[in-house]
Design a protein around this ligand. Sequence first.
Ligand code: SAM
Ligand code: SF4
Ligand code: SF4
Length: 337
Amino acid sequence: MPGHPVDTLGRPMRDLRVSVTDRCNFRCRYCMPREVFGADYPFLPRSELLTFEEITRLAGIFAGLGVRKVRLTGGEPLLRHDLDRLVAMLAAVPGIEDLTMTTNGALLARHAAALAAAGLHRVTVSLDSLDDATFSAGNDSPVPVAQVLEGIEAAAAAGLTPVKINVVVRRGVNEGEVAALAGRFKGSGHIVRYIEYMDVGHSNGWRLEHVVPAAEVLAAVNAEMPLEALPANYPGEVARRFRYRDGSGEIGVVASVTRPFCGDCTRARLSADGKLFTCLFATSGHDLRALVRGEATDADIAAALTAVWQARADRYSEIRSADTLGLPKVEMSYIGG
Ligand code: SAM
Ligand code: SF4
Ligand code: SF4
């Protein structure tokens, strides 16, 4: 029975995010801009993706090391054929108490019931705007907002609740819609979560002035619909929670830029081709696919995961924020650039 490793900063491994595909039916400007992810982009061939069996085996090993929560993501997870089969396999893994998915929602209406039946617990749906023109300009797709709203309602009807709605707020793009988005879902039982725009990857041309601080988002909502703070659901919850004073629901803010939470970061990430990343901003991963496709036993893989986790020192967002506040600059070699 393996122990539960902690990293160099004392953080355990609690959550696993599994990317099931690197493909997407959207081309969000801040994530997969079409100039970079065009028709000739070399997406992973099928043979390089982890199979459902390989993902499930790894999830079981992660669970043995302390992981309790698994989130399916991507790319767009609903582009992976038969995803409900993977959900059923993961739902049967001992130790996994929370099984969720993040999706852009475009295909959710047709899959929600099957996913719920297979054992998915909840979904998070990304929706940055209620205005078709802003929405389509942001994700470079013809999908109307109504199609995502249908997906959200189908998820709620299937019991994938509470549905969380991720809104990445960007200066000059959708900042004016913050209160309208809250108002649209107030009283529905769905939880809008505003995410600060982060400098992930290299292709989105991120600049600090594009970030709308969570404090500003809260002020905008509070001005129209008064809020009060709620305690965290569990230690290390990344979203700070607030409820409407009239009792009609709650919202959250994820202040990854202005109030980073690396100290509580218990997340491991598994890429679609089986690389383990210990930080969203890591520049290289550890190849687990080679292990699962080789001779390694579960105990060998657990030992490899333990060694990686015990060496983990990632705290990119804290370092970046210290940097942007004018504190001493940290060398790229330190953050693993
Ligand atoms: N395709 C799915 C979706 O959009 O929900 C799942 C993958 S997507 C990468 C996961 C989440 O990351 C989405 O809510 C998206 O808005 C968010 N995201 C992507 N790029 C981001 C950035 N630069 N800053 C903050 N959030 C970002
Ligand atoms: Fe696709 Fe999600 Fe990235 Fe948008 S945020 S491009 S929907 S993976
Ligand atoms: Fe975790 Fe890295 Fe994000 Fe910090 S920057 S919260 S270590 S993923």
